[in-house]
Design a binder for this molecule. Sequence first.
Ligand SMILES: [Zn+2]
Length: 385
Amino acid sequence: MSTPHPHTDLADGGALQEPARGRLADGREILYFFDQPGDGDGFVPPADPRPLPVRPPAAELRRDPLTGEWVSFAAHRQARTHLPPADECPLCPSGHDRPTEIPAVGYDVVVFENRFPSFGPDQRDQVLGDRLGVSHPAHGRCEVIAFGSAHDASFGDLGPERARTVVEAWAQRTAELSTLPGVEQVFAFENRGAQIGVTLHHPHGQIYSYPYIPPRTITQLKQAVTHRERTGRNLMQDVLDFECADGSRIVERTAHFTVFVPFAARMPIEVHIVPHRHVADLAGLTADERDDLAAGYLRLIRAVDALYPTPTPYIAAWFQAPVRHPDAGELRLHLQLTSPRRAQDKLKYLAGSEAAMGAFIGDVTPESTAARLRAALATLDGGAA
Ligand SMILES: [Zn+2]
């Protein structure tokens, strides 16, 4: 890492695990994280024996003049692996007769550059234009994070130790990716369930490094700045105080985080995890906070899994402050977990109002979702007692 991450405040001894680093056959970087950091001592990432084609060129970034939003066109992504059977899974460890994306015979947590990226493979500083018809190479970086060797596990099946390693890897990647040229925001997320477009079953997430600030973050920046101008206070702190004072949507409070369903949740299941301390991103958390977050996040995923007898699809999205925006200091790290599931056999589809207008119509009250999640947690705790 060349320069320190601008948001990182590790004065409390929150130094991040340094992964073991290797390269895949086409030059992509692969990083190994360990549940027990000592396990990485002397570990040499195995060579990748596959004959791989050269990496595709950067996708094309085009600007929508009606909204000012950027769209990445990555035609090569059409060739990517789609729901392969278990014996062709690219995220399983390599066997003797079947090399995969991960050359090791087993692993705890692995991060590697996506073979079919929406952004990258290169990172460059570039000024994005605003003329009609303007386009740019979609620089940036897209990484895959595999949560473990077991093909059939889900995040909720991971033990606390593994969940902690995943949090560690997210934080380390945020710190490092934030220093790359042209990267404006680092976004770690997990899509779970074929219903929301997952193309690989093996438990994994992704980490995008965007060359621009995405629309949701721009909206949040505007709201936070307006709130600061009007009240002199930080918006997320006021949201947290409001939710805690009300209490009806609180799912759980841990030492350092509050888990709640937001007042105006847009999806049938929507849960936020907000740190009590104003911190920009996962890299800025102390080691204690990362411990607490890993445990609380795992409990939330298990509670969501307990709502229905079959797996609930979800998107777990880590909102982090942008890397260099002048108002970035107003934004606080938080998780937004959403699911379109509104009943055992019903999914909410984003139809005309939501998809075309961005205007959400809810049919499940946030208070009832919070009550169901609290009950699920109580059942889990009772079952464990
Ligand atoms: Zn697999």
